[in-house]
Design a protein around this ligand. Structure first.
Ligand code: ZN
Length: 299
């Protein structure tokens, strides 16, 4: 069920050694070369496709397959064996996301949960380098087969965590974080014209935002926010502005009927942002819409 599952982003691991070298060599040509030769396996974050790197050394996330993504296309397996669940999920993601945007991904993998936290995680994304120029997306292969519609919503949700956290959106440098006068989300500081800043200005007033700890999610606090704001697509959306946007974006892409005025306002806001309707149009063209609004009600 939506209310008991988490679609998280940015597990608390960032591959520290990824920053040390080759920081300018995150382009796909370099990745492709490295993949072919294996010579840079220990150098760039996006090159390390080991179980340890993919899982952030968390044994709950047992990766069974992972692919490199090169120029927005699923490339060779770099871990495990081919998993039809994962390749099908990729095709669905590629159906809704423009290829140019998919090029922000460098790794796409599937994990089997071995523990409560992982079992509740439908999918997650994490940055692979210090700038947030390349991302890994990982899908829970057990949950992915339970509910096809849920998987579609999850893929759109997760991908929103990528395009709202690229270097032009989120400044992850120490200096940027130290001098942040927009919003520090726990990973970096949003640029003034970031999509998420517009979202916060529209839907998260100072009082609401003050209750969020960017470094530690609180289910209780989210539930309390859900109780008083009917615009959220479920209690998980009330976790923080990013999850609010991600849930609403998934609802937008798959043309869910808004259940409240607040939900309708969120969908309307997204429709006005440059580039975002393309996702919805692509989903519609692929015959994936509309999906039913099964989000638990807030308010
Ligand atoms: Zn999320």
């Amino acid at each position: 069920m939506l209310d008991s599952m988490r679609r998280c982003w940015l597990l608390a691991f960032v591959v520290a050694w990824a920053f040390a070298a080759c920081s300018t060599e995150t382009d796909s040509a370099t990745v492709a070369t490295a993949a072919a030769t294996g010579s840079m396996a220990d150098v760039t974050g996006s090159d390390d496709c080991s179980q340890e790197a993919l899982s952030g050394d968390d044994p709950q996330y047992v990766f069974t397959s992972a692919h490199r993504v090169i120029d927005g296309e699923l490339d060779a397996l770099c871990l495990g064996t081919d998993d039809p669940t994962i390749t099908a999920a990729w095709k669905q993601l590629a159906a809704i996301a423009p290829r140019e945007q998919l090029s922000d991904l460098a790794l796409f993998g599937g994990f089997e949960p071995d523990g409560a936290d992982a079992a509740e995680t439908l999918a997650f994304v994490n940055a692979l380098d210090a700038d947030g120029a390349q991302f890994q997306m990982s899908v829970n292969t057990v949950e992915a087969t339970v509910d096809p519609d849920e998987l579609l919503l999850t893929l759109a949700h997760e991908f929103s965590h990528v395009f709202t956290a690229t270097p032009t959106q989120l400044d992850r440098t120490d200096e940027g974080i130290d001098e942040c006068d927009t919003y520090f989300n726990g990973e970096g500081c949003y640029s003034e014209d970031a999509l998420m800043m517009g979202w916060i200005e529209a839907f998260w007033d100072d009082a609401l935002l003050a209750g969020v700890d960017p470094l530690e999610d609180s289910v209780e606090d989210a539930d309390a926010r859900c109780d008083i704001e009917a615009g959220f697509f479920g209690p998980y959306a009330a976790t923080n502005p990013e999850e609010d946007f991600a849930e609403a974006f998934s609802a937008f892409v798959f043309r869910l009927d808004p259940a409240t005025d607040g939900q309708a306002e969120r969908l309307g806001w997204i429709a006005q942002q440059p580039g975002l309707t393309e996702f919805r149009d692509r989903a519609e063209a692929a015959g994936m819409t509309p999906l039913v609004n099964n989000f638990e009600l807030c308010g």
